[in-house]
Design a protein around this ligand. Structure first.
Ligand code: DNO
Ligand code: MN
Length: 360
């Protein structure tokens, strides 16, 4: 039987209201997916800090083997003359993480900002809230978003749009003026050529996260949107250490992506060390969506089919529920509360047990 290594993303003692003890109480959960969120992008992660995080997690009876994310400095993405310095730092971070037993690093190659939503408190019929994306609510003028974040109307800043980053965002947009998909891909290839040999030596697998949503926004290039992009990325460096995070939600946000087929193809090639499982529901047109509970019947993705694809490939890697709704009055960090992600885990484990028993 293939064993899932089930994990739960945790933002750290200072930034996450969820106690590690509670994560330990979610049945079938053994891993914490963690990061050092206060280390500026581009800096080396110090050993003492990694060691401290690991000790905390282990003291709670859990394991720390997956980091999400070690973010990539924009100078690497734009191919600026300073990129080598940041790549050297990245290599040192890989070595440091390996010393503490880290096996997988999740990262993304999205310009300027991470995943993007237009509402962090989208109301569902049952009174719970979740994240949503509606194209017509996204002003394609980044300045308007900057103003919105400055007024802090969201309560929480969108990732990548944190208030302390706003001053630099305008300059960052300028630095991408000449960067199209081709150039961004060349810069990814340059980065992978440098770091994958280090990953091989230190046994740390890279797992690139899809662009979310999987299409260009604000005219910025996006290079991990679909199967074709994955084929191009895997060819950039042929190694199982050059891998993918398959995020069912992010890829599923384009109805043309057949997530189960993508899983079958890339898991069987051993290019998938990490999976994010979540469901989304299309609305308005086929490209707007809100996130939903994990259950197939609650969203547009067939989560049974997705888990079945993993099971057929004997997937034995790391997986975590991705985002969850805000339920039961928790009022947690949008997308990252305790309760709905715990329900997600229980559901995913239930599907897995049934798949296992059905086979044997
Ligand atoms: C969205 C989330 C992302 C993800 C980062 C990885 O689906 O999983 O926040 O963690 O993009 O770098
Ligand atoms: Mn994800």
């Amino acid at each position: 039987m293939a064993d899932l290594k089930m994990g739960f993303r945790w933002y750290g003692e200072k930034n996450d209201p969820i106690n590690l003890k509670y994560i330990r109480q979610i049945p079938g959960t053994t891993q914490v997916v963690g990061a050092l969120f206060d280390i500026p992008t581009g800096d080396v992660w110090p050993k003492e800090r990694i060691s401290q995080l690991k000790q905390q997690v282990e003291a709670a009876g859990l394991k720390l083997e997956v980091i999400e994310s070690v973010n990539i400095h924009d100078d690497i993405k734009t191919g600026a003359s300073t990129r080598d310095k940041y790549i050297d730092n990245y290599k040192q971070t890989i070595r440091n993480l390996s010393e503490y037993g880290i096996k997988v690093i999740c990262y993304n190659f999205m310009p300027i900002f991470d995943w993007l939503r237009t509402d962090l408190h989208f109301k569902l019929e049952d009174g719970s809230t979740d994240l949503s994306f509606e194209a017509n609510k996204l002003d394609n003028n980044p300045q308007k978003i900057i103003d919105r974040v400055k007024n802090n109307s969201e309560g929480y800043a969108l990732p990548g749009w944190e208030p302390d980053r706003l001053a630099t965002i305008e300059n960052l947009f300028k630095s991408y003026a000449d960067i199209d998909e081709k150039k961004l891909s060349e810069n990814l290839k340059y980065f992978l050529n440098e770091i994958i040999p280090i990953c091989e030596k230190y046994n740390v697998r890279m797992a690139m996260h899809p662009d979310d949503p999987p299409r260009s926004l604000f005219g910025l290039p996006r290079i991990y949107k679909n199967r074709e992009d994955m084929l191009a990325i895997e060819k950039m460096y042929e190694s199982r250490y050059n891998g993918f995070t398959i995020c069912t939600g992010s890829l599923g946000e384009n109805p043309k992506n057949d997530v189960a087929a993508i899983i079958r193809e890339f898991v069987s090639k051993d290019r998938v060390p990490f999976v994010h499982a979540r469901n989304i529901k299309f609305m308005n047109n086929q490209y707007d969506f809100h996130e939903s509970a994990h259950l197939s019947s609650e969203g547009s993705l067939d989560m049974y089919n997705i888990m079945k694809a993993l099971h057929e490939c004997n997937y034995s890697g790391y997986i975590r529920p991705d985002h969850g709704r805000n339920i039961w009055g928790e009022n947690g960090r949008p997308g990252y509360g305790l309760y709905d992600r715990a329900l997600g885990i229980t559901y995913l484990n239930g599907l897995w047990e049934a798949l296992d028993k059905n086979r044997s």
